[in-house]
Design a protein around this ligand. Structure first.
Ligand code: ADP
Ligand code: MG
Length: 519
C-alpha cells in the first residue's frame, strides 16, 4: 500500500469540505479520525472512528450520499468505508441487533476503558446500510427521557433496549415530557412597558419556533419578574398549536443534574441524543451553568447542534449575558447570537393589572382600593405582589372576613413595613401629641402630669414598634430618660390595650394616623 490512511482520509476530507458548510464540517467531520486502511478482496477499506453512535446516525442520515461519492472517488469503485463507534459500557452492544453488514471486531480500544466492543458498520459502495432502527423496541424512545431513563434506580427495570445504539431520532418519535407548567400562558401574562419587548419576541417565537431571527432567545432580569412564565408560555403555546412536536423545559441546575447522572450511569450518549432531538429547548436560569465546565461543554455541543438544525433555543438569566460569571466565552457569545431582551420591575399600572387579573382568575372579589393598596406598597417583584394577594385571600377565607383595606393592612404589615419610609421618633411624638392635644415639648420635659405621661408612654411604645432605635436611644429622645423607663412605658401601654377598651381605641387611632404619615 503506498498511501497512508491519514493521507487517504485527508483527501476525503478535502472533498467533503468543499461540499458542505464550514460549520457542518467542523461539527461532523473534524472530530473523526482514520484508524485503519486495509486491502480486502482487492478493494481498499478505510475505517474511521466516530466519537459516538450519534455521529453514525447523523452521518448516515445526512451525509451518506456525499460519503459514498467521496469514497468512490478516493478509493476507487470498490472502495469501502467502515465505522468504528465507541460504545459505552452497559450497552448490549451486539444484543438486539441484526443485520449482515455489521461486524463485531475482536479488539477493544486501549484508551477507552469503559468501552465494550466496537461494532463496525460497513458502508459498502452503492449499498444503503440496513436500518437497524427498525428493530428498536417500542419503548426505546421513551426511555430516552433522562428523567425516567437515567436513574438506574432499583424500582426501574433496566432498560436494556433503550441503549440500542441505532435508535435514530425521527424514525421512532421520541416521547418527551415537556416539563411545562400549564398555567404559564401568554393569556395570563400581563404586558407592560416593563416586559414589552420580551413578551412580543416570545410571542413571535411561539408562532414560528426556529423560524425567527431570535434564536437563541434570552430573557434576562431580576427575580420574580416573569422570566420563567414567559419562556414556558412559548413552549405551551407552540405545543398547543402544533408549532413544535417536542418541547423541553429544564432549569440549568436540572440539566446539570441529569448530565452528571448520565455520566455516572454511562449514558452520556443518550443524554446528548435526547436533548438534540427536541424542537424547542428552554433552559431557565443559565447563570447557574457558571463554573460547571463539563456541563457547559455538553450544552455547547447541544446548542450548536440544535441551532444548526434550525431548532429553537430559549434561555433565561438573572442578568445580562455580559455580566454572567463562570461561563465560557464561546458559550456566552452564542447566547447573544439571537436576541437578548430584558424584563424590568413593573410600573404601578401593570402591578394593578396583574393583581386584578390574578384575583379574577382565582374567582375572588377584591376591592379596587385594596388592589391599589397592595400595588402601592409591593413594588419590586411580581412574585411578592402575587404572594401578598394570596396571603390576603387565605386570611379572608380562614377568618371569614371581607377583603378590605383594614384586613390588607393587618395581614401585609410585615411585608409592607420594609417598604415604608421610616418615621423618626420626633415625628411619632408629633403625631401622638397632636392627636391627644398636648404640646409636643412636654413629652420631653420632666412633667408628670397624667395626660402627659400617657402621651409620652404611647409615643415611646410606637417608637419601639416602628423605628429600629434601641431602648436607650429612644429614652434619650424623651428628655434623656433611662431605657428601663421605656420598657416600663411599652409594658404599660400593652397592658392597657388589653384591659381598657377606650385606651385601645385611642391607640388604634394613633396607629392609623402614623400609617398615614408613612405613605
Ligand atoms: P422569574 O422567573 O423572573 O423569577 P416568574 O416567571 O417565576 O419570575 O414569575 C413569578 C410569578 O409572577 C409567577 O407566578 C408568574 O406567573 C407571575 N408573573 C410574572 N410576570 C407576570 C406578568 N407580566 N403577568 C402575570 N403574571 C406574571
Ligand atoms: Mg424563574
Amino acid at each position: 500500500m503506498d498511501r497512508s490512511r491519514d493521507d487517504v482520509w485527508n483527501e476525503c476530507l478535502g472533498i467533503i469540505r468543499d461540499n458542505i458548510s464550514r460549520q457542518s464540517f467542523r461539527t461532523w467531520f473534524e472530530p473523526l479520525r482514520a484508524v485503519g486502511l486495509e486491502e480486502e478482496d482487492g478493494a481498499l477499506k478505510l475505517t474511521v472512528q466516530l466519537p459516538s453512535r450519534f455521529y453514525y446516525e447523523w452521518l448516515e442520515e445526512h451525509y451518506f450520499a456525499l460519503l459514498r461519492k467521496t469514497i468512490t472517488k478516493v478509493l476507487g469503485p470498490g472502495g469501502r468505508l467502515y465505522y468504528d463507534i465507541v460504545i459505552e459500557r452497559d450497552e448490549p452492544a451486539a444484543g438486539g441487533r441484526r443485520g449482515s453488514s455489521m461486524e463485531l471486531p475482536a479488539r477493544q480500544p486501549a484508551n477507552v476503558p469503559p468501552a465494550e466492543r466496537m461494532p463496525k458498520v460497513e458502508l459498502p459502495d452503492g449499498v444503503t446500510p440496513p436500518r437497524p432502527s427498525t428493530d428498536v423496541p417500542s419503548d426505546a424512545g421513551r426511555a430516552l427521557d433522562p428523567t425516567r431513563g437515567y436513574d438506574g434506580g432499583a424500582a426501574a427495570p433496566r432498560r436494556a433496549p433503550s441503549a440500542h445504539p441505532f435508535a435514530l431520532p425521527g424514525v421512532k418519535p421520541i416521547e418527551v415530557d415537556p416539563h411545562l407548567n400549564r398555567s404559564y400562558t401568554f393569556e395570563r401574562f400581563i404586558e407592560g412597558d416593563c416586559n414589552r419587548l420580551a413578551r412580543s419576541a416570545s410571542w413571535a417565537i411561539a408562532q414560528d419556533p426556529g423560524g425567527t431571527s431570535f434564536n437563541p432567545f434570552l430573557i434576562y432580569g431580576g427575580v420574580g419578574l416573569g422570566k420563567t412564565h414567559l419562556i414556558q408560555a412559548i413552549g405551551n403555546y407552540a405545543l398547543a398549536n402544533n408549532h413544535a412536536k417536542t418541547v423541553r423545559y429544564v432549569s440549568s441546575e436540572m440539566f446539570t443534574a441529569e448530565f452528571v447522572q448520565s455520566i455516572q450511569s454511562n449514558r452520556i450518549a443518550e443524554f446528548s441524543q435526547f436533548y438534540r432531538g427536541v424542537d424547542i429547548l428552554i433552559i431557565d436560569d443559565v447563570q447557574f451553568f457558571g463554573g460547571k465546565e463539563k456541563t457547559q461543554e455538553e450544552f455547547f455541543h447541544i446548542f450548536n447542534e440544535l441551532h444548526q438544525q434550525g431548532k429553537q433555543l430559549v434561555l433565561s438569566a438573572d442578568r445580562p449575558p455580559k455580566d454572567i460569571v463562570g461561563i465560557e466565552e464561546r458559550l456566552l457569545s452564542r447566547f447573544q447570537w439571537g436576541l437578548a431582551a430584558d424584563v424590568q420591575p413593573p410600573d404601578f399600572e401593570t402591578r394593578v393589572a396583574i393583581l386584578n387579573r390574578r384575583a379574577k382568575d382565582d374567582g375572588t372579589k377584591v376591592k379596587p382600593e385594596v388592589i391599589e393598596y397592595i400595588a402601592t406598597h409591593v413594588k419590586s417583584n411580581i412574585r411578592e405582589l402575587e404572594g401578598a394577594l394570596i396571603r390576603l385571600q387565605a386570611h379572608a377565607a380562614l377568618t371569614g372576613r371581607e377583603i378590605d383595606q383594614e384586613l390588607a393592612r393587618e395581614v401585609l404589615k410585615d411585608l409592607i413595613k420594609e417598604a415604608r419610609p421610616q418615621l423618626t421618633i420626633e415625628a411619632i411624638q408629633s403625631v401622638v401629641c397632636d392627636y391627644l392635644g398636648i404640646p409636643e415639648d412636654l413629652v420631653r420635659a420632666r412633667t408628670r402630669k397624667r395626660e402627659v405621661v400617657q402621651a409620652r408612654q404611647v409615643a415611646m411604645y410606637f417608637s419601639k414598634e416602628i423605628t429600629n432605635h434601641s431602648l436607650k436611644t429612644i429614652g434619650l429622645h424623651f428628655g434623656g430618660r433611662d431605657h428601663s423607663t421605656v420598657i416600663h412605658a411599652v409594658r404599660s401601654v400593652e397592658d392597657q390595650v388589653d384591659t381598657d377598651p377606650s385606651f385601645r381605641e385611642m391607640v388604634g387611632n394613633v396607629q392609623k394616623k402614623l400609617e398615614m404619615h408613612q405613605r
